[in-house]
Ligand binder design. Structure first.
Ligand SMILES: [Fe+2]
Length: 321
């Protein structure tokens, strides 16, 4: 017999220390809702192992996997909820206070927004979360419901359970009073510790092109900002001739130059202004042109993502000439 893969996590908060949330409420929540989800997960795991992937109806398999994903999420969020409680909800430690001020303006604004999200649930059950998103290197407040999934790759660091089972026993329909009690019990030290773990997570890997080494690049947003600020730049559209033949538009202010004929047009460039080159998607040609120009002594870089990244940020374009 194999052991069950999902283990109950001990309560993180000390229920008798909570202010306005009784041990009875926490015990019932922990035993029945959280414990029930762990038990169901293990039963489901056994069902899934027993299914023969070849003969099982795909619909059965899909239903079980969906339920499994839902329960994994539920158990993780309940563990986070219990670990969000146990403090006095007051002074935020320095690091998390700084992060919240950076991403929300102030802890007061963060608080107002977080509470507003609970009100916006309006009768729907769900979670209100504070989540760190490694890709963006910032925190975000958001709601998770059956219809609104969590944030891919995000690390939630604070969770408020807005299902009735979390408060009805004590607060009836008065969710507002329950939310106020939750805020009074936030364990900010624990939130800060989770924030520090979250910022140590790596963001999703960027496109790697080792063949171009550390060739300098510029993001399309950065180029747009530089052009808007009036910075003098020479922007070279180096899309291949066969491609440009059917092109309809181009980056506003750029000039098209045939990447196969650098020798013919390099003399027209000035060494006094930086050069930005790009091709269709930002892979090879724009990089190769930038390398050739750098070798000739120009301050050249390529624009990541190429023409289509520019289009995707709705950078200004002009008809192709
Ligand atoms: Fe719950």
């Amino acid at each position: 017999m194999t052991t069950s893969p999902y283990r109950i996590v001990p309560l993180h908060c000390r229920p008798w220390t909570l202010n306005g949330i009784s041990p009875r409420l926490i015990e019932s929540h922990y035993e029945h809702v959280y414990g029930g989800a762990i038990r169901r997960l293990n039963a489901l795991d056994a069902d899934l192992s027993a299914l023969d992937a070849r003969s099982a109806k795909l619909r059965d398999m899909a239903r079980l996997r969906q339920e499994q994903a839902d329960l994994v999420n539920t158990t993780l969020l309940h563990e986070l909820y219990f670990a969000s409680l146990g403090g006095d909800g007051r002074a935020l430690p320095e690091i998390i206070a700084g992060a919240i001020a950076r991403d929300f303006g102030s802890d007061l604004r963060w608080r107002d927004e977080f509470i507003a999200l609970t009100a916006a649930l309006e009768g729907t059950s769900g979670w209100v979360l504070l989540t760190y998103v490694p890709r963006d290197r910032r925190l975000i407040n958001h709601v998770v419901t059956a219809a609104l999934p969590g944030i891919a790759g995000g690390a939630p660091i604070l969770a408020l359970d807005m299902y009735e089972h979390a408060y009805a026993m004590e607060y009836g329909h008065n969710a507002t009073a329950y939310v106020a009690a939750f805020m009074r019990n936030i364990d900010w030290r624990a939130v800060e510790a989770r924030y520090q773990d979250a910022i140590a997570m790596r963001p999703p890997r960027a496109l790697e092109q080792p063949e171009f080494g550390d060739l300098p690049s510029i993001a399309p947003e950065e180029l747009l900002a530089k052009l808007r600020s009036g910075e003098k730049l020479q922007v070279i559209d180096a899309r291949p001739r066969h491609y440009s033949a059917k092109a309809q538009d181009m980056v506003a202010g750029a000039v098209w130059r045939d990447p196969e004929r650098i020798d013919e047009w390099i003399e027209t460039l000035s060494k006094d202004e930086p050069v930005v080159t790009f091709c269709v998607y930002g892979f090879h040609i724009g990089c190769q042109v930038a390398i050739a120009l750098r070798q000739a002594g120009f301050d050249a870089r390529y624009m990541t993502g190429g023409h289509f990244a520019w289009k995707a940020i709705k950078g200004p374009v002009q008809p192709f000439e």
